[in-house]
Structure formats: structure tokens, C-alpha cells
Design a protein around this ligand. Structure first.
Ligand code: PLP
Length: 408
């Protein structure tokens, strides 16, 4: 396996004992390669001005960065002619934009909004808010015994009452890839609009929005090597053009009179105020970095690491993988519990061995309620991880119960 960790400065640092961090919390955020950090610094060193606002060279350079990264994003995601890309600050803002600007106007009393019980709160709470405001009903897709969303469940729950379907491409807790293509087809048959939360999809899967036919697709740059503070919302232009702005102010207007305003065309209509230009430059570099390695290679590295992680976790006494140990249709996100130990204690104990994994409900409380586990530990890999780091995790996990005074 190629060692990509050398491209990541944080992963090269060592503690006073000469140990390197085993960073296995990539579903929360990824580390940033030199190329991304350099692009961000280069923006502020050489190109910094407010884009879209000045007729002088430097401002035009900034505008050129903004628009070229938009074009790159569109090419990378295979955005069709009738689609557009809007920059936001993260997936949460992208999803709220759709909830406020689209759903608050399109959903009426008695309509149903269908979503999976495994959704991240960012793709759940905004729809609760819409349902409450409009008198609509939230209808949940429950999971099969493996913890997966199934086509059969979607077939039952998506009906002529369904106005909107909100579904993650990949669960941030189980790592399972949801059957989004089938769900989109079912939803479109009943004229429902589909919002895909691609936050755990875009960094790990080949995405072709022309083929996927989602009406909206949202994700965050920081989970795919880019800086924090940059998110993407893809939407079909015919919907975006009908929607009112989400935020109002500078840069999103055409003409402003004392009492009225006309708005700029899409995408500017949804990009009020000054953009996070350093992060946008870094996001462009992240796409370049990912494209240079290639999604095929990223997938095969992750598949190999995921299989190894699951095999090693299965060798830890008293450890149970939540969901299933199936490798089918999943990314390298694996939730687990250790009998008799609170997940927060597990994480604190492995932290002593300089290993970073996550514990808690991972912003998916309804999922944990459904699975009847209050909290889980979660290990998640990305392209720069190694089998050696997974070995370290497994060894450290074997010591957790002993550390707490259990016999074994
Ligand atoms: C599936 C999913 N959706 C949405 C989000 C929210 O992302 P952000 O906090 O970057 O807005 C996350 C973050 O963990 C996620 O995993």
C-alpha cells in the first residue's frame, strides 16, 4: 500500500515518546495534506481580495479562484447542464438552505417527509423543523436486522403523500451505503423531491450527479481533505431558480431600492456575503489531490483497510460490532461496543496509546435509540491510514477491560 500519510504534516508529528498519532476518526473530519494547506496560504499570500466586488486585477484573481473551483467541483461531481453548485459553510448549512428555501414553501399540512432513522441530526432536525412549521408528517425508514435501509422499506413508506425524501448516501455511524438510486427512482415516480446527504459519500465514492438524478446533494469539504468552513450544495436549476434566497445581503442582489430588491441569478442568489475564500482555494486543491490518486485507488485502499479493521476488531474479546461485519456496500466506518465498558472510557483508554477514535451517538440519536444502544465507539479510516495503525488499535482495545479491573 502506498504511504500517503507523508503528505499530511499533522500525521508526521510525534509525541515526547516518539509515537505518531493513529488518526482513526475520519468520519468526523479528515487531516489536510500539504497541497491543501499550501493552496489556502497561497490564496492569502498572493490572491486575496474580495471576489465579485472589484474591477482591479487582484479582485479579479480572487473571482477567478472562486469560479474555477466551482467549475472544478462541477466537473468532479459530473454535474449535469441543468444543475448548479452553491458554496456554503458546511453540509449542515446546505441542508438548512434546502429546508428553509425549498421545503418551507413546497411542503403543506398533511404532506409526508420521508427520511431514514439513521440520518445524522443535520439531515433530520431541519426536516423536523419544517414538519412542525407546516403541519407535515415525518415518516421514517426503519432498518433491517443488519442495520441497513432497504428498498422494500422505502417502497412501503414512499407514497403519493410523500413530498420530500431526505436520505444519506452513506450512514456516518454504520458506514453502510444506502440504496439512494432506487429511492430516487421511487420518489420521482410520486413527484417527490429528493435531498441526498452526501457528506459521507463524496469523500469515498465516485459521484455522478448526472446519473444519480438527486434534486439536491449536500456535503462538507472538511471530510474530504479540504479546510473547515466550506460546504457544497448541488441543486437542479429549475428548483433553485424558483426558490427564494436563504440569506439576504450583499453579493446576492441585482438591484436594491429603498423598499424592494431583485436578486442575482443562481448561484449568487444563494451566496450572500463574503465567501470563505481560503477554504474554497483549499477545497479546489483537495479535489486535485483526490483526482490525482483516483477514486478507484482510494476505494481499493479503503476496502482493504476496512476488511482488515473488521477482522482485527473481531479478534478483540468482548467486542461486538454494531450492525454487521459485512463488507458489502459499506465504507470504512465501523461502530462497536465493548461489554461492560462505556464507549467514552474506551476512547479515553486508547487515547493513552495515541489512537484517536470517536465515542457517543455521533449526532444520530434516533439511530442509537432504534438500535437500543445509548452510545457506540466508532473507528473510521481514510486513504492515509495503515494496517499498522489498525494493529495498534486492536492491541489497545484488548487492554481496555484489564485497565478497568476486569479479569480479561
Ligand atoms: C452524514 C452526515 N451528514 C451531515 C453531517 C454534518 O456535517 P457538518 O458538521 O460538516 O455540517 C455529518 C457530519 O458528521 C455527517 O456525517
Amino acid at each position: 500500500m502506498i504511504d500517503f500519510s507523508k503528505d499530511f504534516p499533522l500525521l508526521q508529528t510525534t509525541d515526547e515518546m516518539g509515537r505518531r498519532l493513529a488518526y482513526l476518526d475520519n468520519a468526523a473530519t479528515t487531516q489536510k495534506p500539504f497541497a491543501v494547506l499550501d493552496a489556502e496560504a497561497d490564496y492569502y499570500k498572493n490572491k486575496n481580495a474580495n471576489p465579485h466586488r472589484g474591477a482591479y486585477d487582484l479582485s479579479m484573481k480572487a473571482t477567478q479562484v472562486l469560479e474555477s473551483v466551482r467549475e472544478k467541483t462541477k466537473r468532479w461531481l459530473h454535474v449535469p447542464e441543468d444543475g448548479e453548485v452553491i458554496f456554503t459553510k458546511n453540509a449542515t448549512e446546505s441542508l438548512n438552505l434546502v429546508a428553509y428555501s425549498y421545503a418551507m414553501n413546497a411542503v403543506s399540512a398533511g404532506d409526508e417527509i420521508v427520511l431514514a432513522v439513521s440520518e445524522h441530526h443535520s439531515n433530520l432536525v431541519p426536516w423536523q423543523n419544517v414538519a412542525k412549521a407546516k403541519g407535515a408528517v415525518l415518516t421514517y425508514l426503519y432498518l433491517n436486522e443488519e442495520g441497513r435501509v432497504t428498498k422494500e422499506e422505502a417502497q412501503q413508506k414512499i407514497t403519493t403523500k410523500t413530498k420530500l425524501v431526505a436520505i444519506a448516501q452513506v450512514s456516518n455511524v454504520t458506514g453502510y451505503v444506502n440504496p439512494v438510486e432506487d429511492i430516487i427512482e421511487m420518489a420521482h415516480k410520486v413527484q417527490a423531491v429528493v435531498v441526498v446527504d452526501g457528506t459521507q459519500g463524496a469523500p469515498h465514492l465516485f459521484v455522478d450527479l448526472g446519473k444519480l438524478e438527486a434534486d439536491f446533494y449536500a456535503f462538507s469539504g472538511h471530510k474530504m481533505l479540504a479546510p473547515m468552513g466550506i460546504g457544497v450544495l448541488y441543486g437542479k436549476k429549475k428548483l433553485l431558480e424558483q426558490m427564494p434566497p436563504f440569506l439576504y445581503g450583499g453579493d446576492m442582489i441585482e438591484y436594491v431600492e429603498e423598499q424592494t430588491t431583485t436578486f442575482a441569478p443562481v448561484p449568487q442568489k444563494f451566496e450572500a456575503g463574503t465567501q470563505n475564500m481560503g477554504s474554497i482555494a483549499g477545497f479546489g486543491a483537495a479535489i486535485d489531490y483526490i483526482e490525482k490518486i483516483g477514486m478507484n485507488q482510494i476505494r481499493s485502499i479503503e476496502d482493504e483497510l476496512t476488511a482488515y479493521l473488521i477482522e482485527k476488531l473481531k479478534g478483540v474479546p468482548h467486542l461486538t460490532i454494531v450492525g454487521s461485519d459485512s463488507l458489502e456496500n459499506r465504507i470504512g466506518v465501523v461502530p462497536f461496543v465493548i461489554e461492560g465498558v462505556h464507549p467514552h472510557d474506551v476512547v479515553t483508554i486508547v487515547n493513552k496509546d495515541l489512537i484517536a477514535i470517536r465515542s457517543g451517538n455521533h449526532c444520530a440519536q434516533p439511530l442509537h435509540n432504534f438500535l437500543k444502544v445509548p452510545a457506540t465507539c466508532r473507528a473510521s479510516v481514510y486513504l492515509y491510514n495503515s494496517k499498522d495503525e489498525i494493529d495498534r488499535l486492536a492491541e489497545s482495545l484488548k487492554g481496555v477491560r484489564r485497565w478497568l479491573g476486569y479479569g480479561a
